[in-house]
Design a protein around this ligand. Structure first.
Ligand code: DON
Length: 562
């Protein structure tokens, strides 16, 4: 039985991952997601006449059910949308917010030291969820189909179950061995402490009911009802500081995306509270100060690393929730700023980090593929690039008993203390300190590229490394890359602190490694990371290609917990 199902799943994977459908009309549609059931549900909405935004709502909700380690209704996300009719792009910010009773020092002990797991485990680690608000908002303001229709596939999969698969089982196994999981979480995913087998149906009846509440009562059903109070009561019993007003006051924000001109093309990408757009803009602007196209690969890698170093330093010092702090977006994305940073680059030597920047030696290293991204292009040319998350694997490890929501642990994306590294080793200044109702800084970077040759829609999970993954795929696109090469691209990363280039096997030749070391760089090979989803459209041929990261469909994931 399990074997037959395994075969079916493999066939489905082969069929739906990175598959493009060809349809009459404008052109072709493409959907790339991290799970075949989400891809299939998205295509079904398009076939029913829905647009990319309708499909985005459906895919988002289905991923929330079938990828419980990555994202969900208990988390948040960013929806970058482009409307082909008016040519406008908008960034729907559904990032979680700190509860109103949150406090700058809430994760510090009496000596002022960071309580490392307090911002990661249990309901106190959780911000006010934003994804339910996004589903309602995107469907009502951008979609063409009723929300209840768009949520049907997710409701069905939650109620009737979806087949367990290797990656989920591995993640559950590691979670079981290494962290605290709430009783309801265990009851749903590993009753009697037994992991599911491949193909075994995972049913989430409470989550199905929650989706039904959103389907029939929309935003208010989730944020302003008896149901809301029940969630709050349960969370508070287990240590949360949530208040009814936190939910009542939660709303998504439509923000203007960051636009970057690069090599005559236009990038549309994530503004604060994402750090992605400004950081990518700074890096590309610095690179543009040099004749990098003519450079040999080792010299170019040095330049890219030095640009990453500077942009991530800016990220640490200047970025935060724009509704709370002044973020100098114009300056950070300006050519002038990049030109000043470029002048400080020595092409023969790695820039030593100034001693004032040696903030803390204990930087975390762990990053998996939790969080999820999907890209959609419909037959009218509407686009959606969506990255959504509950932060680390299975978020806070806590499931609300009556609603089936796995709560996020997004509070860890704030700086618990200025310049104390978070789970991703990222450091931040006061700009990203905890304040009531503030959104925590994110690295999620859904992005569009519009160039002479066509269009690309891309994004990935990967914590701090999201930004450099998206960057490297942008560079690949400009070197003639395709959806397949963009997702397969070998990756490297530098994030200012720690002062190390981390790279995937085969990202560099031996020669490049030697040259980088001779310039003073420290290198560390790490296991593969990321799960990028790309859709491209070629102007000349009209061809649409969808590609899912090969790392996402092979076994042997680097799954790690703190
Ligand atoms: O918003 C952020 O930047 C993080 N919470 C994303 C986490 C993530 O990508 C985890 N994946 N490895």
């Amino acid at each position: 039985m399990a074997k037959t199902l395994r075969l079916l799943i493999v066939i489905n994977l082969a069929f739906f991952f990175g598959e493009s459908i060809h349809a009459e009309g404008f052109n072709k549609a493409g959907i790339a997601t991290a799970h075949p059931l989400a891809t299939k549900a998205g295509y079904e909405i398009l076939e029913m006449g829905g647009n990319a935004f309708d499909a985005a709502v459906t895919v988002s909700a289905v991923l929330s059910v079938v990828e419980p380690y990555s994202s969900g209704l208990g988390g948040g996300g960013f929806f970058l949308l482009h409307n082909a009719e008016d040519g406008q792009s908008v960034f729907v910010d559904a990032r979680e917010k700190a509860p109103s009773m949150a406090d700058r020092d809430m994760y510090l002990d009496e000596n002022g030291d960071v309580l490392r797991t307090a911002s990661l485990n249990g309901p106190l680690a959780s911000g006010i969820p934003g994804l339910p608000a996004a589903l309602h908002h995107v469907a009502n303001n951008h979609g063409s189909m009723p929300l209840y229709k768009l949520l049907e596939p997710a409701i069905r999969l939650a109620r009737d179950g979806f087949p367990a698969y290797e990656r989920l089982i591995t993640a559950l196994n590691v979670a079981k061995k290494s962290r605290t999981l709430s009783p309801k979480f265990k009851a749903v995913f590993m009753p009697n402490d037994q992991l599911p087998e491949v193909g075994q149906l995972i049913k989430q009846p409470e989550l199905a009911k929650t989706l039904e509440i959103i389907a029939s009562n929309g935003h208010d059903g989730f944020y302003k009802s008896f149901f809301t109070q029940k969630m709050i009561d349960e969370a508070r019993q287990d240590g949360s500081i949530w208040l009814a007003d936190d939910f009542k006051n939660y709303s998504v924000v439509e923000r203007e995306p960051i636009k970057v001109n690069f090599l005559g093309a236009q990038l549309t990408t994530a503004p604060p509270p994402s750090s992605g757009g400004t950081t990518i803009a700074t890096i590309l602007n610095i690179i543009s100060e040099f004749d990098f196209i003519e450079m040999d690969i080792s010299t170019r890698t040095h330049l890219v690393v030095e640009s990453m170093r500077r942009a991530y330093r800016d990220r640490a010092f200047f970025l935060g929730d724009p509704d709370f702090v002044d973020v100098p977006i114009k300056k950070l994305t300006s050519k002038e700023h990049a030109s000043i940073l470029a002048q400080s680059i020595d092409m023969n030597a790695a820039t030593p980090i100034h001693e004032d920047d040696q903030l803390d030696e204990k930087y975390a290293w762990n990053e998996g593929s939790h969080t999820t991204h999907f890209s959609i292009l419909d037959m009218d040319g509407n686009r959606a690039a969506v990255t959504q998350t509950i932060n680390t694997w299975f978020g806070s490890g806590y499931m609300l008993p009556s609603s089936g929501l796995i709560l996020n642990n997004e509070m860890d994306d704030f700086s618990a203390k200025p310049f104390a590294p978070n789970r991703y080793g990222l450091v931040h200044g006061e700009q990203n300190s905890i304040q009531p109702n503030k959104r925590m800084l994110s690295s999620m970077t859904p992005t569009f590229i519009e160039s002479e040759k066509g269009l690309a829609i891309l994004g990935t999970p990967g914590g701090a490394r999201i930004i450099t993954m998206v960057l490297l795929s942008i560079l690949d696109y400009f070197e003639g890359g395709t959806a397949e090469t963009m997702t397969a691209k070998k990756r490297f990363h530098h994030q200012f602190l720690p002062d190390v280039i981390r790279y995937e096997k085969d990202a560099f030749t031996e020669e490049t490694i030697t040259i980088l070391e001779s310039k003073g760089h420290t290198l560390q090979e790490i296991s593969s990371y990321g799960n990028m989803q790309v859709v491209t459209w070629e102007k000349d041929s009209g061809d649409v290609s969808s590609s899912s990261d090969p790392r996402g469909i092979i076994e042997g994931y680097d799954i790690d917990f703190y």
